[in-house]
Design a protein around this ligand. Structure first.
Ligand SMILES: Nc1ncnc2c1ncn2[C@@H]1O[C@H](COP(=O)(O)OP(=O)(O)OP(=O)(O)O)[C@@H](O)[C@H]1O
Ligand SMILES: [Mg+2]
Length: 327
């Protein structure tokens, strides 16, 4: 891929040398290393058409019926998303329902095949999803063991981590009860504790913290800080903009599969919260204006994978260069 053209005014990102990124704003060369690079990512789903058009040809209807499938539509869940996450980043993802947050995490985890674009990761990300597989008839403790082994930890490391996982989850004596007896908050806390146990370089968390109480949120924030201090990076999807403000260094606001803003967590979360609040009040015109303003205030992330040694979804993001430019 050719190096991107970057017309001014520019806010050059790290590591982009050469004449296309002039000026005094070039960052220090010792920028933390890139863990995740996403370039122009498009993900589409095929979904049943809720309102099939009557205009479909008889032939098409016949073919669909013969193949046992109903009318379907293409859902563009992500539309040209680019981002870079470096060691030490805790990236919050905010956005309305259906804006593409979970899809983005799944794509970073290598669980969605992009229709277009590239995802590179420095190591296998650990995705903690709302539906992370837990076996309801097994106890919390047994699920911890299975979860740790499933993430590739050795039996010894699993045994050593057990106490720590139980402490972090705050489940207490209920750890020896079947998981089907847990509230959704207890289950989510245990999932988070399991995912953090392997101390992954890239931890992807989808909503798990939302159901936790204040004490758990504090413990999980400390754990994320520890991962980041160990040069890891964390992505956190949350509807609670406040959690993102408290927990993350940076935030990305997604809307209809596009990046509206990518910047400091507090600024992005507050702008998103104000937008969502207006929408909830029925102030659609105000919300629309806030969305447009945020989009215009945002910068476009340009990722150059030219120098990257790696394969899509695989290892090796060394050599990735990225820059930001005003929209
Ligand atoms: N498996 C799927 N099949 C079809 N469409 C899907 C599928 N998963 C997601 N979508 C659609 O893709 C879009 C993005 O969904 P996604 O789950 O990423 O949103 P989200 O931001 O995580 O939403 P929420 O806040 O509700 O969790 C939505 O329009 C959704 O309906
Ligand atoms: Mg989701």
């Amino acid at each position: 891929m050719a190096a991107p053209e970057l017309p001014g005014p520019e806010l050059p990102g790290p590591e982009l040398p050469g004449p296309e990124l002039p000026g005094p704003e070039l960052p220090a060369p010792d920028e933390p290393r890139v863990h995740v690079a996403v370039d122009d990512l498009h993900v589409r789903y095929s979904a049943p058409d809720a309102a099939p058009r009557t205009g479909r040809s008889r032939l098409r209807r016949g073919v669909d019926a013969a193949l046992g499938r109903g009318p379907s539509v293409v859902v563009r869940a992500l539309v040209g998303v680019s981002l870079v996450a470096r060691a030490g980043d805790a990236v919050g993802i905010v956005g309305l329902n259906g804006s593409g947050k979970s899809t983005l995490l799944r794509a970073v985890a290598g669980l969605e095949r992009p229709a277009r674009g590239t995802v590179l990761a420095s190591s296998t990300p650990v995705l903690l999803g709302v539906n992370a597989a837990m076996i309801p008839d097994l106890t919390g403790r047994e699920n911890v063991r299975l979860g740790c082994l499933a993430m590739g930890m050795t039996p010894e490391a699993t045994a050593a981590a057990l106490g720590d996982v139980v402490d972090l989850s705050g489940i207490g004596a209920a750890i020896d009860l079947p998981m089907r007896t847990y509230s959704s908050g207890m289950g989510a806390r245990l999932k988070f504790a399991i995912a953090a146990a392997s101390e992954p370089e890239i931890l992807l968390v989808d909503e798990a913290l939302a159901t936790g109480d204040a004490a758990f949120r504090e413990r999980s924030r400390e754990r994320m800080d520890r991962l980041r201090a160990g040069a890891g990076c964390v992505f956190l999807v949350s509807h609670a903009a406040q959690t993102v403000e408290e927990t993350c260094t940076r935030a990305i606001w997604l809307h209809q599969g596009r990046v509206v803003l990518d910047g400091p967590a507090v600024e992005v979360a507050q702008r998103y919260r104000w937008f969502a609040w207006n929408l909830a009040q029925g102030e659609d015109a105000v919300a629309e204006r806030l969305l447009e303003e945020a989009f215009r205030a945002g910068v476009e992330i340009v990722v150059d994978l030219d120098g990257a040694a790696g394969v899509p979804g695989g290892r090796g993001v060394r050599g990735v260069r990225h820059a930001r430019r005003q929209r």
